[in-house]
Design a protein around this ligand. Structure first.
Ligand code: ZN
Ligand code: FE
Ligand code: FE
Ligand code: ZN
Length: 268
């Protein structure tokens, strides 16, 4: 089984289970490598769905505990973080990236510039008041901007604004082409995130169209469940593997201390 590079902990306030239970699920499924990537703290209290900066040492301890259990079970445990990209917060993200010996950092765009959270159920009515084309344009602009900072090893759930089905009509490639070009210049990686299958859109992030363009542009890949509960580790990885292969991918990347290493995908 391929590594699961995206999962959360209780410190963000909307996940369940101990980090040890996440490792134990991985071991049970035959997954030999996982990475914790909880929602990044901000310098000041910010919203109610991320770890507090005061809890950051606790996060490191929880991942360390998981690592010890992983050693017993033959599962390598990586230390990551899912960092929210917000324009103007680059200095904080740099500081944060030096606060521990991370294996990798995931960059995410959840916030649009008017504090609209594109994937938050409580923001859904605000989201739907705006034309999908406008939301998508604003989202992808920020996404390309996040990539350009080169602060992140992996970019998360590329077409996240589709979560509730708020998707423009027609060919979507013009919305994300700039991000593809920017990813290829920056040499960053993207993920297939299976959490979309558990949401109203019932589709993985990103779409096959995005992934095909990404593969053609030589952009590397990781796969993540975005587990917020132990039983979501490795969720729908058979479908993710299938999508990756269908779009031309034959390998994923793994990261140790921010150095990438390719891993060949199983052939069937
Ligand atoms: Zn979350
Ligand atoms: Fe996210
Ligand atoms: Fe996540
Ligand atoms: Zn996520």
């Amino acid at each position: 089984m391929i590594p699961d590079y995206h999962m959360h902990t209780t410190l963000c306030g909307h996940a369940t289970g101990t980090t040890v239970e996440y490792v134990e699920t991985a071991a049970r499924l035959g997954i030999r490598e996982i990475g914790f990537t909880d929602h990044s703290p901000m310098r000041q209290p910010f919203d109610d769905w991320r770890m507090a900066w005061e809890d950051f040492p606790r996060y490191l301890e929880m991942v360390e505990t998981a690592r010890k259990r992983g050693t017993e079970l033959g599962v390598t445990v990586r230390l990551g973080l899912e960092c929210d990209y917000l324009p103007g917060h680059e200095d904080w993200l740099k500081e944060l990236s030096a606060a521990a010996e991370f294996d990798y950092l995931i960059g995410s765009v959840h916030y649009l510039d008017d504090d609209l959270v594109v994937d938050h159920p409580e923001h859904l009515s605000r989201l739907q008041e705006q034309p999908a084309a406008e939301v998508w344009t604003r989202y992808w602009n920020l996404y390309a901007r996040a990539i350009r900072t080169e602060l992140f090893d992996i970019m998360a759930h590329p077409d996240l604004p589709k979560k509730f089905g708020h998707v423009p009509e027609g060919d979507l490639r013009p919305y994300f082409q700039e991000s593809i070009d920017t990813l290829s210049r920056a040499g960053s990686c993207i993920e297939i995130n299976t959490a979309g299958l558990r949401k109203p859109i019932a589709e993985m992030y990103p779409s096959a169209a995005f992934l095909t363009s990404a593969h053609e542009a030589g952009i590397p890949l990781t796969i993540g469940s975005d587990a917020h509960a132990p039983d979501e580790v490795g969720a729908d990885f058979d479908r993710a593997l299938d999508l990756a292969r269908r779009c031309g991918y034959t390998e994923v990347l793994t990261f140790e201390k921010r150095r990438p290493q390719p891993l060949t995908l199983p052939t069937s």
